[in-house]
Design a protein around this ligand. Structure first.
Ligand code: ADP
Length: 406
């Protein structure tokens, strides 16, 4: 949704598929996102999944493809950015693309091929200590070259600043020099728009979500898009409202507290759950009679001391998996009881809930807060879902979000 939200915001009707769909079926959208979990899996698996996604998207009628990765270029010496980008170029018979993780609105800029996070280089930003993908080199030409068989070059800031025509000419120069992928400098949104305009003729574009903001204008200029004001339109979904929260992030803890002050709230205690008490059934029996009177909240959210205590007793991963499973069960029961407007707080928790509900795709609607759109599941019955990862959203996110639904 990080990648889909901004595209919808600038006027393309968007749908997100959770993983590569099993079958080809028509999708009513102008932009389709296939969400993979391929950042840190072995490179050959990431390549295979990405090629599957490409095939499926081609089958769905897509004409340009975007490989999205983190704006901090999260990857290892082996990949997966380089290998996936090269495999996609091969599969498309394409000979050139750019790589641009810049996202100035989120303080990620690229200058002379070096990635900055705020005022510091990537390798001083904390990302050097990342548990899975430590980033110890801010020179992205070098980083990407280590992952690639073909030549990596640089599209420098002074060319980008001149605008789309200059960028387009420079593509030809780079290609003439044997460069197959160029790290593109970009320090502000004008740069992203210039890059986007110059990308109109590329089969494949790669980058963070920032560089995507320049692409819809190309399709609009070709008369391929409907009215921009309708891009985020969602069908109206009638039914009860609920919040399920498994995030323990600071922002969520405050949101849970604020919601609990105004609406009924049920806390699931990990230690009681681990003793075999059926707290899912208890939560559902508690919630059902209240649903007609307004949103309810069921949560495992706890402060760091309580989380540490549960983890010490149960193990970190075991506690996490058990609570995700419990909240997925609660979500399933709530939907069975008529909930059709559901907010899920927590990235992993959202994955568990969406999996349990059998949601395979989402229509992307209006942004509630930066990075969190309302969506409607493509299945039946229609279900409005807001999937909020940990630190997103203002303090009254839970209550305000329902007011933003059509
Ligand atoms: P976020 O987006 O804030 O990182 P996630 O859902 O991705 O939230 O991750 C939170 C993890 O913490 C989940 O695995 C969840 O099951 C686990 N968790 C939630 N509540 C507790 C708790 N009270 N004690 C221990 N772990 C918890």
């Amino acid at each position: 949704t990080d990648r889909a939200g901004p595209v919808v915001k600038v006027g393309m009707r968007g749908v997100q598929m959770i993983g590569v769909p099993a079958r080809n079926a028509p999708v009513d959208a102008e932009a389709i996102v296939v969400a993979l979990k391929s950042r840190t899996i072995p490179a050959e698996d990431a390549v295979a999944q990405s090629l599957d996604a490409l095939d499926w998207l081609k089958g769905a009628g897509c004409r340009q493809f975007f490989f999205k990765y983190c704006s901090t270029f999260d990857s290892t010496e082996e990949g997966n950015i380089g290998p996936v980008a090269e495999a996609l170029l091969d599969a498309l018979g394409a000979d050139f693309t750019i790589a641009c993780p810049a996202f100035p609105a989120n303080q990620r800029t690229v200058f002379k091929g070096h990635l900055f996070v705020g005022d510091v280089l990537l390798n001083e930003s904390g990302m050097q200590d990342h548990p899975l993908t430590p980033m110890t080199d801010a020179n992205l030409v070098r980083v990407l070259q280590r992952q690639c068989g073909s030549k990596v070059g640089l599209l420098p800031a002074e060319v980008v600043a001149e605008g789309a025509d200059a960028v387009g000419e420079h593509y030809n120069e780079l290609h003439g020099d044997g460069v197959r992928m160029a790290i593109a400098d970009a320090v502000d949104e004008d740069d992203l728009r210039a890059l986007g305009a110059a990308c109109a003729r590329l089969e494949l574009v790669t980058g963070g979500s920032g560089v995507a903001i320049g692409l819809p204008a190309n399709f609009r200029a070709d008369g391929l898009l409907g009215p921009p004001e309708e891009a985020a339109a969602l069908p109206r979904v009638e039914g009860f409202a609920a919040v399920v929260s498994g995030s323990c992030s600071r922002a969520t803890r405050e949101q849970v507290q604020r919601m609990g002050a105004k609406h009924p709230a049920f806390k699931i205690d990990p230690l009681r759950l681990a003793e075999g008490e059926d707290l899912v059934a208890e939560a559902l029996a508690w919630a059902e009679p209240k649903l007609g009177r307004g949103p309810v909240l069921v949560y495992t959210t706890a402060d760091p001391d309580a989380v540490a205590a549960a983890q010490a007793e149960l193990g970190r991963d075991e506690a996490g998996a058990m609570l995700e499973d419990a909240l997925a069960g609660v979500a399933e029961g709530l939907v069975a009881a008529g909930v059709r407007r559901l907010i899920v707080a927590g990235g992993e928790t959202s994955g568990a809930v969406v999996g349990r509900l059998g949601v395979t795709g989402l229509r992307i609607g209006p942004e509630i807060d930066p990075g969190v759109p309302w969506t409607v599941g493509l299945g039946d019955p229609p279900l409005a879902l807001a999937l909020k990862s940990g630190n997103f959203g203002g303090p009254d996110f839970f209550t305000e979000a329902f007011e933003r639904l059509p």
